[in-house]
Structures are given as structure tokens and as C-alpha cells.
Design a protein around this ligand. Structure first.
Ligand code: C2E
Ligand code: MG
Ligand code: MG
Length: 452
């Protein structure tokens, strides 16, 4: 019987402080949540973390650290009511569970603040350690039972997140888990779900933005993806491409863009006057580094009958940081078929000049941030000048993006830039509005689902 008791103690209690451990806390939390739902009383988890505990551990040693943690546990217990439940998760992390709070949010929050304040003040008094008086403080994160959460673990995570906010706010303070943090998390998950559907339901479509030379002659277009969302309207790529990159959806989406753009390119080329037009597409790092990428591009070209020399792939500098040798290899393979490469948003990332020389690039795109303030900013002028000189030295064409007015265009031309893209020459628009001859493949026009 004694052994059993000991096993139970070891399994559910922290050996150092004798407080319940994480397992027991989660167990109790499960019951507390059910109780709170039943009797409509609010409850809360307070995640308490000592400030600068590691410092004490590192300077005075772990024995001293252990003594401090025991004293912290005692002090916290001193402040609590009988029904409150205190646990130690490990390290310098304690969690207090409060039950039976007022269901009215303001009243509950006020009560929690009062408790937290008491705890913070108790922990801010000096601790007497052997031969040493130690000043400490703590940060507290709070999550309410009534906030939406799936499981006790998730509620604990919310309190933990809020605790980090308290640390960021300067320590020795408390923060409540902000429902907006929760909303952002939920919205993200919903968007990801919808994006999966979008691809299958054909809600993605391509717009095209003109690229011109100094005479305003159309040389080509850049394809920019949009999401025709049934409720939200036209969603710009900045709101879903990063999400797609994060969850891997960028691979099927990128493949759809590639195939659609190649079909559009082939259709335009049927008019002899337009065979020279190029079509640029943006390629995400994750897409480019996928083992099938080269084969995909070649398949899209073959299936559509598009001229590889008219296809341009836009990479960003961030792509150049990982596995540069593999990147150069893949670019070389595609280059051998005539595919062109452009370095997008140039000047905003970290380009190693020695790599730049080794990459089979055709073009640099001056980022629109440098174009925007060109007239007002001496440093932006200097940067543009430098990019143009670099382009010349490396024998790369340089195009400026985000050209919105004649003054910007003239300033760029004076510096020696001869290629432009921006609202001055046209916004990204559906293919039919570009005034080019050729049918827009139905799958592109309607943004039909992934094929081929
Ligand atoms: P980006 O490739 O640098 O595209 C240029 C962005 O500048 C486009 O925004 C375009 O609408 C905008 N823009 C064009 N002219 C002007 C102008 O005169 N002034 C200003 N202020 N902006 C201008 P968009 O379409 O929202 O695309 C944003 C970014 O999303 C793109 O930047 C690109 O990085 C990414 N993206 C767009 N389409 C795709 C795609 O098909 N695949 C991938 N992987 N990324 C894409
Ligand atoms: Mg681009
Ligand atoms: Mg760009």
C-alpha cells in the first residue's frame, strides 16, 4: 500500500515542491472545465513564470535555484484559497487554477487581477537564500475557461502565450490571453481550409500586368494570382500565398499557375504579331526546391506548346540562401531549354554578389520600394544607380517595378533604366482586358480547378 502511495506521488506530484505536476493539473482542469460549463461559473488558468530565473541558476548553482523554487511554491500557496489549485509544470513555471469566478467577464477579470497582483507582490519581496538575499519577480499569463478552446492542453497553451506577452511587456506584470489572438488563429485555420477548396472549385485566377520598354512598347506581362472568394471578393496574393507556402498548398497552386500561364502564353503566340511577348510567373522557394520542379515546368511547356524562351521565372533573393548548388543546377537545366530567369524585389533581401555572378539570370527587378521615393530620397537614387551598374557589369537586363507616374519613369530613365512595370502602364488585369489576340483558355478565365 505504501509503495502504491509512493508511485501515485511520483506520478502526479512534483518531487521538489510537492505540488501537483502537469499531469494532475490537466486532469483537474478537465473536471474543472466540465464543472464550469455546468454551473455557469467562470474559471481561469494563471501561468506564472519567474523573471530571470536562469540567471540565478547559472550564477549561484542549481541547489540555490531549487531552494528558490521551493520558497516560491510556499509563497504562492500562502496567497491561495482552499479551493484554488496550484501546480508546478517544471523549471520555474507554476500554474494556478482558479474556479468559481463571476460569470460576468468584467467581474471575473477584476477578481483575477486582484489575485495576480497579490501573487506578483508576494514574489517581488526578497528571498532569503543561504548567504544571499535574492530579488525576483514574475510574469503572469491568464486564460479564461470561457474562451474557445478544444482541450485543456490548448487552454494551457493560451495562458503560456499570454505569459510571453507579459514578459514582452517588461516583466513583473500580467497579460490576459487576447481573444483576438484566438480569432487570428481560428481565421487562419479557416482560410487554409477554404484555400484547399478554392483550388478544387476553381476560384483561383490569373491577372496580367504589362511590362514595357522606354518607348512604352509592350514586351511582356507578369502573371499575378488572385483568389475569387465567394464571400470576400477578390483576395490579393499577399493574403494567401504566405499561408499556402506554410501549409504546402503552394505546390499544387504553383503547378496550376504554371500550367495556366503556359496555356495563355501559347494562345497569345498564335497571333504572329505577339509571338515575342514574354510571360513571367512568380515561383515560391518551396516550389522551386521541390524535386519535381524542373520536370513540371518542362511538362507545362510541352503540353501547352508554349515557347520556353518566352517563359520567365521570377525568383526572390530569399530563395538564394538555401542550397545554392541545387538551385544553380535546376536553373541550368531549365536555361538549357531557353527558360529565362528574373530576380524579383531586388535589393530587399541578401544577395551574395559572388552567387549573383554564378546564377544564369537574365534580369534584375528593382523593388518598388526604391522606385516609390526615387525623387525624394538620395539613398534610393544611389541604390537604383548601383543596381543598374551591377546589371550592366553582369550583363543583365534591369526592369523597375511599381512605376506609378511619369516623374518616376523619367527619373529612372535618366539613371539608365529602360524597362518598366507599374500602374503607369497598367494594373494587373484579366487577359481579355489586355487587348491581346488569343483566346484565354476557359480554365484560366474561370479559374477552373487543377488539371493536368
Ligand atoms: P511581385 O512579384 O513583386 O509583384 C508585384 C506587385 O506589385 C503586385 O502585387 C502588383 O499588383 C503590385 N504593383 C504593380 N504595379 C504597381 C505600382 O505601380 N505600384 C504599386 N504600389 N504596386 C504595384 P500583388 O499582385 O498583390 O502581388 C504581391 C506579391 O505576391 C508578388 O510580388 C509576388 O511576390 C506574390 N505573388 C503574386 N502572384 C504570385 C504567384 O502566382 N505565385 C507566387 N508564388 N507568388 C505570387
Ligand atoms: Mg514578381
Ligand atoms: Mg516584385
Amino acid at each position: 500500500k505504501k509503495n502504491l502511495e509512493q508511485i501515485h506521488q511520483l506520478a502526479f506530484y512534483d518531487a521538489l515542491t510537492g505540488l501537483p505536476n502537469r499531469r494532475l493539473l490537466l486532469d483537474r482542469l478537465q473536471f474543472a472545465l466540465a464543472r464550469s460549463a455546468r454551473n455557469r461559473r467562470e474559471g481561469a488558468l494563471l501561468f506564472i513564470d519567474l523573471d530571470n530565473f536562469k540567471q540565478l541558476n547559472d550564477t549561484l548553482g542549481h541547489d540555490m535555484g531549487d531552494l528558490l523554487l521551493q520558497q516560491v511554491g510556499d509563497r504562492l500557496l500562502d496567497q491561495l484559497r482552499q479551493e484554488d489549485s496550484l501546480a508546478r509544470l517544471g523549471g520555474d513555471e507554476f500554474v494556478l487554477m482558479l474556479e468559481n469566478l463571476d460569470p460576468e467577464p468584467q467581474a471575473a477579470i477584476a477578481a483575477i487581477e486582484q489575485v495576480a497582483d497579490k501573487l506578483l507582490r508576494a514574489l517581488a519581496k526578497p528571498f532569503e537564500l543561504p548567504g544571499h538575499s535574492h530579488d525576483s519577480s514574475a510574469s503572469i499569463g491568464v486564460a479564461l475557461f470561457s474562451q474557445p478552446h478544444d482541450r485543456p492542453e490548448e487552454l494551457l497553451k493560451h495562458a503560456d502565450l499570454a505569459m510571453y506577452e507579459a514578459k514582452a511587456a517588461g516583466r513583473n506584470t500580467l497579460r490576459f490571453f487576447d481573444p483576438r489572438m484566438q480569432q487570428a488563429l481560428t481565421a487562419r485555420a479557416a482560410l487554409e481550409h477554404e484555400l484547399r477548396r478554392a483550388l478544387a472549385d476553381g476560384q483561383l485566377l490569373l491577372h496580367y500586368q504589362p511590362q514595357v520598354d522606354q518607348h512604352g512598347t509592350l514586351l511582356g506581362v507578369e502573371a499575378l494570382v488572385r483568389w475569387q472568394h465567394p464571400q470576400r471578393g477578390l483576395v490579393p496574393p499577399g493574403e494567401f500565398i504566405p499561408l499556402a507556402e506554410g501549409c504546402g498548398l503552394i505546390l499544387p497552386i504553383g503547378r496550376w499557375i504554371l500550367h495556366s500561364a503556359c496555356r495563355q502564353l501559347a494562345s497569345w503566340a498564335q497571333d504572329p504579331g505577339q509571338t515575342g511577348l514574354t510571360l513571367a510567373i512568380n515561383v515560391s522557394a518551396r516550389q522551386f526546391h521541390h524535386p519535381d520542379f524542373v520536370a513540371d515546368v518542362l511538362a507545362a511547356l510541352t503540353e501547352s506548346g508554349a515557347d520556353p524562351q518566352r517563359l520567365e521565372l521570377e525568383l526572390t533573393e530569399s530563395q538564394l540562401v538555401q542550397d545554392i548548388e541545387a538551385l544553380i543546377g535546376k536553373m541550368g537545366q531549365l536555361k538549357a531549354h531557353g527558360v529565362r530567369f528574373s530576380l524579383d524585389d531586388f535589393g530587399t533581401g541578401y544577395s551574395s554578389l559572388s552567387y549573383l555572378k554564378r546564377l544564369p539570370l537574365d534580369q534584375l527587378k528593382i523593388d518598388r520600394s526604391f522606385v516609390h521615393d526615387l525623387q525624394g530620397s538620395a539613398s534610393d537614387t544611389a541604390i537604383v544607380r548601383t543596381i543598374l551598374a551591377l546589371g550592366q557589369a553582369l550583363e543583365l537586363r534591369v526592369i523597375a517595378e511599381g512605376v506609378e507616374n511619369q516623374a518616376q519613369r523619367d527619373a529612372l530613365l535618366r539613371l539608365g533604366c529602360h524597362y518598366f512595370q507599374g500602374y503607369l502602364y497598367g494594373a494587373p488585369q484579366p487577359a481579355e482586358q489586355l487587348g491581346l489576340h488569343g483566346t484565354t483558355p476557359a480554365s484560366v478565365r474561370q479559374g477552373a480547378g487543377l488539371q493536368g
